[in-house]
Design a binder for this molecule. Structure first.
Ligand SMILES: [Zn+2]
Length: 183
């Protein structure tokens, strides 16, 4: 699968999810056994927030084993996240990495309100740095995702794969009200 096909598969899955409000992928014991015996072959890597409403497998109507997901509050991209993305691209050969921000993000709200409690403060300050004074939460979520994608592109491993046209990095925004992903 190439990056365009991977992107289309995600978009089509999201359209079905928006229509039906559920993940229509088929899970099953045989499928579990096959994955365990033959290993994982995900077609995309998705980096998104830990928000319990933002479950990428459901949003894109895919089965287990189909997307390699990296999640934390606010989809902050630090060394561990870049390393995970490098693993997905280099060893699992995913042709697409999608950084997925979302509306009504608590981490973005924390950045906007200047929350500095414990390590929440770390996440908030990391996000705030990239907002450039923007105060609209939706735009801030999009900006945070774009910044994440730019951070990934600084990885020599990922940028090499991009230059070889083996990898594409995309950005999208998930609307928690409608279930719709805007690419
Ligand atoms: Zn969030």
């Amino acid at each position: 699968m190439n990056s365009s096909q991977a992107l289309s598969k995600l978009m089509e899955g999201n359209n079905r999810y928006v229509e039906t409000g559920r993940n229509d992928s088929v899970f099953g014991k045989e499928y579990l056994k096959d994955l365990a015996e033959n290993g994982q072959h995900p077609f995309a890597c998705v980096i998104c927030c830990a928000d319990s409403r933002v479950v990428p497998e459901n949003i894109f109507s895919v089965n287990i084993g189909e997307i390699f997901t990296i999640r934390n509050a606010g989809n902050v991209i630090d060394n561990a996240e870049v390393g995970s993305a490098e693993y997905a691209a280099l060893h699992l050969h995913v042709p697409l990495i999608l950084v997925l921000g979302h509306t009504k993000c608590g981490a973005v709200q924390a950045a906007l309100s200047g929350n500095d409690e414990g390590n929440i403060g770390y996440i908030a300050s990391r996000i705030k740095k990239e907002l450039g004074g923007e105060t609209d939460p939706r735009i801030c979520s999009a900006r945070n995702a774009v910044h994440g994608a730019n951070t990934l592109k600084e990885s020599p491993i990922l940028s090499k794969l991009i230059s070889e046209e083996k990898l594409r990095i995309a950005v999208a925004l998930y609307d928690v009200d409608t279930g719709k992903v805007s690419f």
